[in-house]
Design a protein around this ligand. Structure first.
Ligand code: MGD
Ligand code: MGD
Ligand code: SF4
Ligand code: MO
Length: 743
């Protein structure tokens, strides 16, 4: 067999780029290019996507199940691996109860097909309250704010990049990250297009990033101070009568909000943010004056002590300027795979609390910042066993170094992960998913955040070897084991399909209202039950065929055969009525819990300002902790250095390339210094996801470019209390030359 060309979505980040792959007769990827026929990405590709072949063929990728064997690991059969998991989990639960088993879900579980389809089944079957994920190290503040303001934690407005004239962007660096909570292939190109049509891009960031350099204006901000700036912008809109009443008949809390921001003048914010009061006033005026404007805040605004206030105030600005839910503003994408006839119930948090620190539950999980406490603290409900799925919390969680110590003492740990890395080295059983080209791809989570309505399905390109479970089968099997049943993933899928169809026949607005679920079941198409579930979701969705109700509507087969490069479903459409599901049916502009948290913001003004704070930094040719094993990605600018302002370097006696010691409440690390005026004075920046020098891993390239673990100094005791989110930005540290510190 000769070479062949195949197409699929890149699974690596949130940008949803279409890829064109060349595979040889053995199924090895020999070339990767952008898919020029993808209507959304139009051929765009980044250096990471271009290495998908290297990732797919990485010789360190695990090819079979591993079981702990003394100090190391040995390959074991899949059946034996699952039997061990079944036995050991049952044993821990029998002795310590359900809450003694914790689950940690990492970032790739939000990108995979298997994650969104089986995680809730696993969690439900375990019946544990100890559910943790990378979401509380990332975007949880946005879920909590959208949950309160719009009623739905997934109703996250995205900037309508292609039609806006004015983008105010805080804590985001899409030139490196390629965008987040706003899926936009070629984000950089879309920013340049705003400028080309005469619009303005403003970036607020403690670093002059590549995005800031591209922008028309960049304002340095002291880390963690965004809420002061945002409050002041709202203040100016009210004080100068710059608000638009376009949405005022849809909102509650306008007067409360006006009163809340009354004292938050630009002068007050200037002291905290380092941005002059005049500049804040001008920024508010420009935002209000722009015909079509969007405010967009990302991880820099979430992973800090006031993450929820920031996330909320970003949308407050979009509402007050009349830009929410209109073209060129901030809009709600319409997902092809989620029915619109079913409204959610209003969102609440705190339905239960964590055992040790009494932190509220959010979206069914507890903050990853308290995972270590729950493992370390004896008593009823103490975590004794852990399931990790696509996560590397030793390098990604706040004070991951503490987890690194604690994981070694767990009675049982099982990891679903393709690598033997810093986290999975503690597991007793590792269940590796197959290669990317052997795996189907559908962006359940990200399609709801895309800046155009769009859908694409990527079937597996290479068949699985006999007996090798897909990731769906791995996770399905874990769910079945957790529930104590003795069945396969197919049986679980069958139950889920039948109950979903039965429920879908009930609402009067449903396209299959009153129909027979068993008949609908027979109509489902797909080579696996995973594909049949996807077919079901698409057919019940807003563009779906409604199982024949709309003969021209979408089915999985139609998507696959007629739109192998993806289907563009048009620019974002106003859909506030569909989305709003607060108890009042209105936009809650001033939720009481958020207003109350402003007291904390005021109190923080009286606290001493730390002399030096740590922030993070993403790099184009990296992806959190797990692309460092690809030789082409760990060279050049992709380096784990501690950036600091030359003024600070001079004051501390630190020269370029010196080893410096960074100390915080949580820990201490040594890193190589890189003075640069792109970082504001008083701030140091270290990328996360490095620190590949732990013993017992099987990632040779990463080990040779180990770097240091930034999360050995971030502090798990600091959180944003409303969301429980980790604080990675604004961590107080001291920095000194390593030699001097040693004396
Ligand atoms: N190449 C690459 N791409 C990635 C990833 C990766 O690791 N590498 N990770 C992926 C993931 S998991 C995510 S969540 C996304 C994140 O995507 P982005 O949100 O775009 O992430 P960053 O590039 O880290 O940009 C955050 C910016 O916030 C700034 N910042 C830090 N503290 C503050 C602050 O207090 N206030 C303000 N206003 N800004 C602050 C930082 O200097 C940084 O420039 O990227 C995804 N894409
Ligand atoms: N200091 C600091 N820390 C941070 C951040 C920061 O900005 N600063 N960012 C935070 C953010 S935004 C995030 S999202 C988290 C990420 O936190 P995590 O998700 O815990 O960390 P990752 O490094 O993304 O680890 C991904 C793991 O999934 C595995 N994997 C890759 N592909 C697959 C797959 O297809 N299936 C399965 N089952 N596993 C797979 C990889 O081998 C790796 O072990 O880190 C957070 N940590
Ligand atoms: S931008 Fe993201 S989705 Fe696009 S090629 Fe790069 S890693 Fe893949
Ligand atoms: Mo993330």
């Amino acid at each position: 067999m000769g070479d062949r060309t195949a197409f699929r979505t890149c699974p690596l980040c949130e940008a949803l780029c279409g890829l064109e792959l060349t595979l040889d007769g053995e199924g090895t990827v020999t070339r990767v290019r952008g898919d020029r026929n993808d209507p959304f990405s139009k051929g765009f590709i980044c250096p990471k996507g271009a290495t998908l072949g290297a990732l797919d063929g990485d010789p360190d990728r695990l090819t079979g199940a591993l079981a702990r064997d003394g100090a190391g690991f040995a390959e074991t059969s899949w059946d034996e691996a699952f039997a061990t998991v079944r036995e050991r989990l049952a044993d821990v639960i029998a002795r310590h109860g359900k809450d003694s088993v914790a689950v940690y879900l990492g970032n790739p579980t939000a990108h995979s097909v298997a994650g969104p389809l089986y995680i809730s089944a696993i969690v439900k079957a375990l019946g544990t309250r100890n559910v943790y994920s990378a979401s509380t190290a990332d975007q949880m503040p946005k879920h909590v704010s959208c949950g309160a303001v719009f009623g739905d934690p997934f109703a996250i407005p995205v900037p309508d990049l292609d039609r806006t004239d004015h983008l105010l962007m805080l804590g985001a660096n899409p030139l490196e990250s390629n965008g987040s909570l706003a899926s936009a292939p070629d984000f950089p190109g879309r920013l340049k297009a705003i400028q080309a049509r005469g619009g303005k891009v403003t970036v607020i960031d403690p670093r002059r990033t590549r995005t800031a350099e591209l922008a028309d204006e960049h304002l340095f901000i002291r880390p963690g101070a965004d809420a002061y700036l945002l409050m002041a912008l709202v203040h100016v809109l009210f004080a100068e009568n710059l608000t638009s009443d376009r949405l005022f008949d849809r909102v509650n809390g306008l007067d409360e909000l006006r009163a809340l921001v009354a004292g938050h003048t630009p002068e007050r914010a200037a002291g905290m943010t380092g941005i002059p009061a005049d500049t804040i006033r001008r920024t508010a005026r420009e935002l209000a004056a722009a015909e079509r404007a969007a405010v967009y805040g990302r991880i820099g605004t979430c992973t800090q002590a006031f993450g929820t206030l920031n996330s909320w105030l970003v949308d407050v600005l979009n509402v007050l300027t009349g830009n929410l839910d209109r073209p060129g503003g901030a809009m709600f994408p319409l997902r092809a795979h989620v029915p619109t006839y079913r409204k959610g119930r209003p969102y609440t948090t705190g339905r239960w609390r964590s055992r040790v620190r009494n932190l509220p539950e959010v979206s069914g999980e507890l903050p990853v910042a308290t995972l270590a406490d729950e493992i370390a603290t004896p008593g009823e409900g103490q975590i004794k066993a852990l399931i990790t799925i696509g996560g590397n919390p030793v390098l990604s969680a706040p004070n991951g170094a503490r987890l690194d110590e604690l994981f070694g003492g767990l009675e049982f740990m099982v990891s679903v992960d393709p690598y033997l890395n810093e986290t999975t080295r503690h597991a007793h059983v590792i269940l590796p998913p197959p290669r990317p080209v052997q795996t189907p791809h559908f962006d359940f989570a990200l399609l709801g955040l895309a800046v155009r309505d769009y859908v694409r399905y990527s079937p597996p390109l290479v068949p699985l070897p006999d007996g090798r479970p897909s990731e769906a089968e791995l996770l399905g099997r874990l769910a079945v084991i957790a529930s104590g049943m003795d069945a396969g993933t197919d049986a679980l899928d069958e139950m889920i399909i039948m109950s979903t169809l039965a429920k879908a026949t009930e609402p009067a607005e449903s396209p299959v209202h009153g129909r027979d679920a068993a008949e609908l079941r027979k109509m489902l198409d797909g080579e696996t039950t995973t594909e049949q579930r996807l077919d079901m979701m698409l057919r019940l969705g807003p563009y779906g065929d409604g199982f024949g109700a709309d003969p021209d509507g979408l089915t999985l087969t139609r998507l696959r055969t007629e739109h192998p490069h993806g289907l563009d479903l048009g620019a974002l459409k106003p859909r506030l009525d569909d989305v709003l599901c607060t108890a009042s049916g209105r936009i809650e502009l001033c939720p009481p819990a958020f207003a109350a948290d402003v007291d904390r913001l005021l109190a923080a003004m009286a606290e001493p300002v730390p002399g030096m704070v740590l922030i993070g930094r993403r790099q184009l040719r990296s992806n959190n902790s797990w692309l460092h094993n690809l030789p082409v990605l760990v060279t050049g600018s992709n380096r784990c250095t501690l950036q600091l302002n030359p003024e600070d370097a001079a004051r501390l006696g630190i020269a370029d390339g010196d080893t410096v010691r960074v100390t915080s409440r949580a820990g201490e690390i040594e890193a190589i210094a890189e003075p640069t005026d792109t970082v504001m004075a008083g701030v140091v920046s270290l990328p996360h996801g490095w620190g590949h020098d732990r013993p017992g891993t099987r990632t040779g390239v990463a080990r040779a470019h180990a770097g240091v673990n930034a999360n050995a100094v971030t502090d798990e005791q600091e959180i944003d209390p409303l969301s429980g989110n980790a604080v990675f930005n604004g961590v107080p540290v001291t920095v000194a030359p390593a030699a001097a510190a040693a004396v």
